[in-house]
Design a protein around this ligand. Structure first.
Ligand code: GDP
Ligand code: MG
Length: 457
């Protein structure tokens, strides 16, 4: 089968207001300015930065680091809708669809709460990552030049600005070491397999963007196995990021395709709460190339087929009730449908937990967030008795009551991103079952730990 190499998926994570959106805008802007026209590089929920555009934008740095002609990664696909839930939904069996992550921190304030949570999520899925220490322009006395590589900029600063920068980086390194991570300014990293590179950036001035892209290329080539980026010329494999109702189209699924091809008319198999779902692709929707986008209302076009790596909107009958984080596989041979359904059924069964051992009850809104919550609890040593997608039910309350008999700290339902029906809430209250709900994983966990100490004493 013919193989080609795809661009790695890069997800940008971090605390609110650290500059993720602006950083992506800046990266997108440089790639638009430096790429050849005519390349279809717009995707649903993603932007492609081709490596040749980086070589043109970051030329002097590429030469200084002797990387010209040595990068075989075709480019990067930056996933534009990050955040914790989206990261969790980027799941595939045994890991993440994301090949790389950029953890963005504000250089003036360090890791912060959601930065720490992002870090744990990235680690729990085993995704290689780099750190962008953003807002470099805020360093007192820093003299900015638009889009200058950090490596050149730092040589042109007054000593006191460099001293302040070093102090900030030192603090960040200390903070990261508390998470068991060894990190250093990227140009001082000796061994990339042990140390995480820190790249100072400014999303406002564009300084350090070149360095970030170059470091991502280096890390891609070293740490993403080449086979992982090899795309077969077969039916598509992907993951559902979002399911929504679109005016005039019905229910659509925005998906990330990481292998193969999907064509108009293909059968796809994916999954809802009750098991595998089959649908036939009516339309594949992509954004128009920038040069053809005249009317902002008319941004999309229908395409005949899409090849990995890609972000695509799939219009098909039968997508109602499909859940984010579900695999979505194209099937070309009708006889293979039952086999693919079985595969998907098994994969979903692996995410959920149904047991009679002692442990907490977990509920989450998608397959991705459920899997992340379970992974997180497992790493913290909290056993899970039952875990499923969707709001808590009466049966969950019964399970919690049973679990509590063995250990009072297990009489609990942890509800991540789901609403609790009032009657279930009432029943839990009258049976003495605690429900802890929220949208931030570590807050739910912290509240659980606090509560579990209370019930034990
Ligand atoms: P997000 O929540 O992480 O997506 O952060 P945004 O990209 O929305 O940025 C939050 C705020 O920080 C905005 O007011 C940005 O203008 C500002 N900001 C982002 N990056 C930088 C930077 O590098 N330097 C400075 N001075 N401000 C920045
Ligand atoms: Mg943002």
């Amino acid at each position: 089968m013919a193989m080609s190499v795809r661009s790695p998926f890069v997800v940008v994570m971090g605390h609110v207001d650290v500059g993720k959106t602006l950083l992506l805008d800046k990266i997108r802007g440089t790639s638009v300015a430096y790429r050849e026209p005519g390349m279809i590089t717009q995707h649903i929920g993603m932007s492609l930065v081709p490596w040749p555009a980086v070589e043109r934008f970051a030329g002097p740095l590429v030469d200084r680091l002797k990387l010209r002609g040595r990068i075989w990664v075709p480019g990067f696909l930056f996933i534009d809708t990050p955040g914790h839930a989206a990261f969790s939904n980027l799941r595939k069996r045994g890991g993440s669809v994301a090949d790389l992550a950029v953890l963005v921190v504000d250089i003036t304030s360090g890791l912060e709460d959601q930065g720490a949570e992002s870090l744990k999520l990235i680690q729990s899925r085993g995704v290689p990552f780099v750190i962008a220490a953003n807002k470099l322009d805020r360093i007192y006395g820093w003299r900015s030049v638009e889009n200058r590589p950090f490596l050149f900029a730092v040589e042109e600063q007054e000593w006191h600005a460099v001293a302040t920068l070093e102090e900030r980086i030192g603090k960040l390194i200390d903070e990261l070491s508390r998470f068991g991570i060894e990190a250093d300014r990227y140009d001082r990293v000796r061994d990339f397999s042990r140390q995480v590179p820190i790249v100072p950036t400014s999303a406002v001035t564009g300084e350090g963007i070149a360095d970030l892209l170059v470091v991502l290329a280096g890390v891609s080539q070293r740490f993403i196995p080449r086979e992982r980026l090899q795309v077969a010329d077969g039916p598509a494999r992907g993951v559902v990021m979002e399911v929504k109702e679109e005016k005039g189209l019905g229910v659509v699924a925005d998906a990330i395709i990481y292998d193969g091809r999907i064509r108009k008319g293909d059968v796809v198999v994916t999954a809802g709460l009750d098991g595998p779902r089959e649908a036939r692709v009516r339309m594949l929707v992509m954004p128009k190339p920038l040069e053809e986008m005249r009317d902002p209302e008319d941004r999309y076009m229908a395409v005949e087929e899409v090849r990995a790596a890609a972000g695509v909107r799939i219009v098909a009958d039968g997508l109602e009730g499909v859940v984010a984080g579900a695999p979505i596989y194209a099937v070309w041979d009708p006889q293979a449908i039952p086999h693919v359904q079985k595969q998907i059924k098994e994969e979903i069964a692996e995410i959920k937990i149904e047991s009679d051992r002692e442990g907490v009850i977990v509920r989450a809104d998608t397959f991705g967030t459920l899997e992340s919550t379970i992974l997180f609890l497992r790493q913290q040593g909290v056993p899970v008795r039952k875990a499923d997608v969707g709001p808590p039910t009466h049966k969950d309350v019964v399970e919690a009551v049973l679990s509590r008999r063995r250990n009072p700290a297990f009489g609990v339902i942890l509800a991540f991103n789901v609403k609790v029906p009032p009657d279930v809430e009432k029943e839990a209250a009258s049976s003495g079952v605690k429900i802890i709900k929220g949208e931030i994983l570590y807050r739910i966990f912290d509240e659980y730990i606090k509560w579990s100490h209370e019930v034990k004493t």
